[in-house]
Design a protein around this ligand. Structure first.
Ligand SMILES: [Zn+2]
Length: 471
């Protein structure tokens, strides 16, 4: 008997010969659609085996096997990556095959007794060629979310009904549901099953908690998840604490809430929350207070070609994010986090490695905090601890990484400082700001600080009796 690869090669060449079809252009409409459906049926049969083999690869790569994992032995981090390497499918497709394959893999236990698949109805319909991989993945994904909380008998009923809907069997389902329609039904089942959970709410919540950083879409990364109530409460508190006065969340006093500051706020509440989140993340990343590149654990490495940074065309690339980073964002990150030059020759060999530059030290930061108090832009309530240090004169124009050239700006006002029109300059070591023309035509330079000690100094200077005045 021939082995599986030889048998599959026979199938492949037989299919190749058999599928020497006439071009669909010559078919009538109905014939075209019938043929389309029949072709899908052939594809489904192959998909079923793709999933089965992916499931086997995943089973041999399961975490408990440690160094003996198949994926590890082949130099891959996961079964999905190994499948990607062998088949050249996308990561998404590889993960989909793994999830369906594992969920439909029947096994034998330690004592030789058969262990049924986690989703036996899906498994049977797949092998019969009546269920597509799309639909199978949907059922496995949606029901999988409730697996830990739902009653097994009800879960089994849900799975069978969903498979019936997808394959058009049973009284309730005269028409086969598409994968998208199935997703809607499966989610409804998931909610229903979850309510049946017998565990206390808290334990159920603990199991269901999660946070996902999603895939790129329209130049942005979507996040989603389920937070425990107490975590959500803290997050909400943080997010709301520094919304601008117009949005009602800020804690400026009436006198401080100048018209200028209110007008200056052009962001929506959602955008402001995003920016607060950016500050929270930066603050956490900075908590080690090590001004190093690649040294501290939460440092993000962004690579950019020197020529792109100089000419302003091209993009940067961050570790672990598929989207490119705009040069404006790269300049912002360089200004905040420093830069390290790596020079390589034409072949790619590193011929010069610079040391990290442009990083403010923790004690420079403390001094600047004492002087500026918080974000310099009037009306902005982001506190010093959440601010970044901006080089007033950029490094490229000879600006030093020195307290007399560094000022506090929040993430948003730093990110937009080149385009917002706010002017910042240093006069004898003291920062001055000038509002954009659209806010204050002909506006003048003024000092800006929210530092309590500096404000006390100013009051002393302007109002104290002569004997209290310092030199
Ligand atoms: Zn600000």
């Amino acid at each position: 008997m021939a082995g599986i690869p030889e048998a599959l090669e026979q199938v492949r060449s037989a299919l190749h010969a058999a599928l020497d079809l006439d071009p669909p252009r010559g078919l009538g409409d109905d014939e075209l659609l019938v043929a389309l459906g029949a072709l899908e049926g052939v594809g489904r049969l192959l998909d079923a085996h793709r999933a089965t083999f992916a499931g086997e690869v995943a089973d041999r790569s399961r975490v408990e096997l440690g160094a003996g994992r198949l994926s590890t032995r082949k130099g891959c981090r996961s079964a999905a990556e190994l499948i990607e390497r062998v088949t050249q499918v996308s990561g998404t497709e590889a993960r989909r095959r793994v999830s369906v394959g594992r969920a439909t893999l029947a096994d034998t236990g330690l004592t030789g007794q058969p262990v049924p698949a986690a989703h036996p109805h899906v498994a049977a319909a797949l092998v019969a060629g009546s269920l597509g991989l799309d639909a199978a993945a949907t059922i496995v994904r949606e029901l999988g979310r409730t697996r830990t909380v739902a009653d097994p008998t009800r879960l089994d009923v849900a799975e069978r009904e969903l498979v019936d809907q997808a394959t058009g069997t049973g009284d309730a389902a005269p028409v086969r549901a598409s994968a998208d329609e199935l997703a809607v039904q499966a989610r409804a089942w998931a909610v229903f099953l979850d309510q049946d959970g017998t565990e206390p709410d808290d334990e159920r919540a603990m199991r269901r908690r999660g946070f996902r950083v999603g895939r790129a879409r329209d130049g942005l990364i979507q996040i989603s998840g389920e937070l425990l109530p107490e975590v959500a409460a803290k997050l909400k508190r943080l997010l709301d604490a520094h919304l601008s006065p117009r949005s009602g969340g800020g804690f400026l006093t009436g006198a401080e809430r100048s018209d200028l500051a209110v007008q200056a706020e052009t962001r929506t509440t959602e955008q402001q929350r995003h920016d607060v989140l950016a500050a929270i993340i930066d603050t956490a990343a900075r908590s080690g207070e090590h001004p190093s590149i690649g040294g501290a654990a939460p440092t993000v490495l962004v690579s950019v070609r020197a020529v792109d940074l100089e000419t302003g065309s091209g993009a940067g690339h961050a570790d672990g994010v598929e989207l490119p980073i705009s040069l404006r964002a790269v300049r912002h990150m360089v200004c905040t986090g420093g830069i390290q030059t790596v020079v390589s020759d034409a072949a790619g060999r590193i011929i010069r490695l610079g040391s990290p530059e442009r990083c403010f030290t923790p004690h420079q930061r403390r001094a600047i905090t004492l002087r500026d108090g918080g974000c310099l832009i009037p009306g902005c309530t982001v506190p010093a601890a959440w601010c970044e240090i901006h080089h007033v004169i950029p490094d490229a124009r000879g600006g030093p990484t020195h307290t007399e050239n560094g000022v506090l700006l929040c993430w948003f006002h730093h990110r937009t400082i080149d385009s917002s029109g706010w002017g910042i300059r240093m006069r004898r070591g003291v920062p001055e700001i000038r509002p954009p023309a659209w806010l204050d035509p002909g506006g003048s330079w003024r000092k800006s600080t929210t530092s309590p000690t500096r404000l006390a100094d100013r009051l002393d200077h302007d109002h104290a009796p002569p004997e209290r005045k310092t030199a």
